[in-house]
Design a protein around this ligand. Structure first.
Ligand SMILES: Nc1ncnc2c1ncn2[C@@H]1O[C@H](COP(=O)(O)OP(=O)(O)O)[C@@H](O)[C@H]1O
Ligand SMILES: [Mg+2]
Length: 247
């Protein structure tokens, strides 16, 4: 097996908010088809890292390299242009709109008459929803009529449609029930076959151990370590998160 080149490389990333150091000296590589979990206590800097990688916050210093090319981003639009999409915990969809409109929100294709190409949006939505096995009544369903799990399925389908390189998931199941979480976990697992890099933030170590290939631990902005999931266990990860030895 030839090891592939990393899809994302972070080198010596630092981020200050005024006097506060949110991230210090962070370096990580994510490979295509790999799921890396980012864990750490509240305030550790996980969401800040997602915002740095997605272009929302430029780092104070350090380099972001995507498929071998250093990139500079100053907003999420630039991140999206580099093939990076984010799924947030708070189900960031337009409630009053249909599933297919949400899939293309702000990036709607036009037909040759310069009108919204609804036929194409619907066809592409149906194809992806089927491939990912997101169980929704139809592409025409209105978001507010869907369950939390179905909505998060749509958000992941949208990210999958647009992300050519990297999907970042910031606590994607935090607002979901047990069965819905299991469904979303299956969808995330299936993304591996698409050969994008996946970075997932989760508070659930069960989820982290179920889904990830590697686990990166952050504590108060410091990178404590990266482990291969199959070579570590919950005790070690908890000790790394808290800085306390487990009994
Ligand atoms: N926009 C911001 N301005 C100032 N401080 C921020 C901002 N975003 C995050 N922080 C601070 O950075 C630290 C890391 O926050 P965050 O990345 O949200 O942590 P996590 O997602 O791991 O809970 C916290 O101390 C938080 O208060
Ligand atoms: Mg967070």
């Amino acid at each position: 097996m030839t090891p592939s080149a990393p899809i994302l490389q972070l080198q010596d990333i630092r981020k200050h908010f005024g006097g506060l150091t949110a991230i210090e000296n962070f370096s990580l590589e994510v490979f295509p088809g790999e799921i890396v979990a980012l864990v750490g206590d509240n305030g550790a800097g996980k969401s800040t890292l997602v915002k740095i990688i997605s272009g929302v916050h430029p780092p104070s210093s350090g380099t972001i390299t995507i498929e071998g090319k250093p990139v500079t981003m100053s907003n999420a639009t630039m991140g999206r242009a580099h093939g990076i999409e984010v799924v947030y915990q708070d189900l960031a969809l337009a409630d009053q709109q249909t599933v297919y409109m949400n899939m293309f929100l702000g990036r709607e294709p036009l037909n040759r008459f310069g009108l919204l190409d609804r036929r194409r949006m619907i066809a592409e939505t149906e194809k992806l929803v089927k491939e990912l096995d997101v169980r929704i009544p139809s592409a025409h369903a209105t978001i507010r009529d869907l369950s939390g799990g179905q909505r998060q399925g749509v958000a992941i389908a949208r990210a999958t449609h647009w992300a050519s390189k990297l999907i970042l998931l910031d606590e994607p199941t935090a607002a979901l029930g047990v069965a819905e979480t299991a469904r979303v976990e299956m969808i995330v697992q299936s993304l591996k076959q698409r050969n994008v890099g996946i970075l997932i933030i989760s508070h659930s170590l069960d989820q982290v151990f179920k889904l990830s290939d590697r686990i990166c631990v952050l504590r108060r902005g410091k990178q404590i370590g990266v482990r291969e999931t199959r070579k570590t266990d919950k005790n070690e990860i908890i000790a790394m998160i808290t800085g306390l030895q487990q009994q």
